[in-house]
Each structure stands twice: as C-alpha cells, then as structure tokens.
Design a binder for this molecule. Structure first.
Ligand code: FMN
Length: 198
C-alpha cells in the first residue's frame, strides 16, 4: 500500500475551527502506562482506536513534542486502560505534571511491566508494532497480547474538551454486531440481539 504524505500548509483553515471540529467527535479516554526501568510512566489519550482483529492491533496518536513518549516507547509492554466515568480526576492527573501522575492511583503492574488501572472498563496489554509520523503527531500501532474485561462499568466520554457520561435513553437498544455493511445488521429482531448478548 502506498501512503502519500501531504506537507502543504492550509492558510485558509483556521486552527481554532479545526480543533472545534475535532472536538465535536466524542471519544473515550485510555491511560497508556508502563513501568519503565522501575519508573511509572504514562499519559491519558483520547485518540485510542481499535484497528485490526487479525492481527489484533489498536492505535493512539501522541504529539511529537511529548516528553513522555520517548520514555514510554522503550517499555516491553504498554498497559492501556479504558477509563471509567468516575475517572475524570484520574484523567486530569494522568495528563498533568509527570511526577504526580500515579500518586494515589490504584493500579497493578503485570509481569511484563504494563501498568493497568483498577476499575477500568477494559484493559489491553500491548507492545509497540509500528510508529507512523503524521504531521505533529505519531500514530502508534500496538499489538494486543492480552485483554481484560476490567471491573469498571461505564466509560468516561471526552467531548468538546469536557468530560461526559453516556446517556442511552431513547436510543435504539439493538446491538450492532460488527457486520455493519449491508443487510446482516438490519436484522431488527431484538431476539437475535439478545442471543448475541448472551
Ligand atoms: C482527555 C485528554 C486526552 C488526551 N489525549 C491525548 C492524545 O490522544 N495524544 C496526546 O499526545 N496527548 C493527549 N493528551 C495529553 C497527555 O495526556 C499529556 O498531558 C501530555 O502528553 C503531556 O505531555 P508529555 O507527553 O510531555 O508528558 C490528552 C489529555 C487529556 C486530558
């Protein structure tokens, strides 16, 4: 596959408007963390995305100016923890001064050095697969070695630079099952959704 790099600047594109447009897209937040040479190291990242089932890959983007990524990328394994909706203060802490990021946080360190937060909604034990420079960020592709269900229930949502919770009232309760192209998802039958959920 050929990837074309565009390095043109776009003087007509207002950076504020671009930030606002990016912020309109809601996301979850993950803690990306590891014990590197005995030092707890990590950040909060809202750019997490699932990428591939086979091989199992996920990604997040990190600013090229990050002072933490050069340390974190040296870890054998990175722990990713999907933050729960009571983790708003935890999220701020993980994005704050480096030496205070893990103060008072309940977490465990796996045998491989991945740091996983307690009460996360899901956890991933990953290693760096590939890094792709993309403008002022690096897209980090991670290979997933293990996943955990986590003991948190509802995810933290990040939207328009603020935290939010999920509200499911009045929404179609049917579950999409991943086959979202074409008729298969249009089953409509609630009974089938229940089977899937079982
Ligand atoms: C909700 C939230 C989401 C964030 N998402 C990202 C992200 O996806 N990528 C990133 O590089 N920084 C992100 N940050 C900033 C980092 O958590 C952290 O503050 C930053 O990397 C600190 O700089 P350092 O890497 O030099 O330590 C986010 C911060 C918050 C509060």
């Amino acid at each position: 596959m050929t990837i074309h790099a565009h390095s043109q600047s776009h003087p007509s594109l207002d950076p504020r408007a671009l930030r606002d447009a990016f912020g309109a897209f809601p996301s979850g937040v993950v803690a990306v963390a590891a014990s590197v040479k005995g030092q707890l190291t990590g950040i909060a990242a809202s750019s997490f995305t699932s990428v591939s089932i086979d091989p199992p890959l996920v990604s997040f983007s990190i600013a090229t100016t990050s002072s933490t990524w050069p340390l974190l990328r040296a870890a054998d394994r990175l722990g990713l923890s999907v933050l729960a909706d009571h983790h708003d203060a935890v999220c701020r802490q993980l994005a704050g001064p480096r030496e205070e990021r893990f103060a008072g946080l309940p977490f465990k360190v796996t045998g491989n050095g991945a740091v996983l937060l307690d009460e996360a909604v899901a956890t991933y034990d990953c290693s760096v697969h590939e890094e792709v420079v993309a403008g002022d960020h690096v897209i980090v592709l991670l290979e997933v070695h293990e996943v955990g269900a986590g003991d948190g229930e509802h995810p933290l949502v990040f939207h328009r630079s603020a935290f939010a919770k999920l509200h499911r009232d009045d929404l179609d309760p049917a579950r999409l099952d991943g086959r979202i192209n074409g008729a298969e998802v249009d089953r409509g039958a609630e009974s089938e959704s229940k089977e899937d959920a079982a």
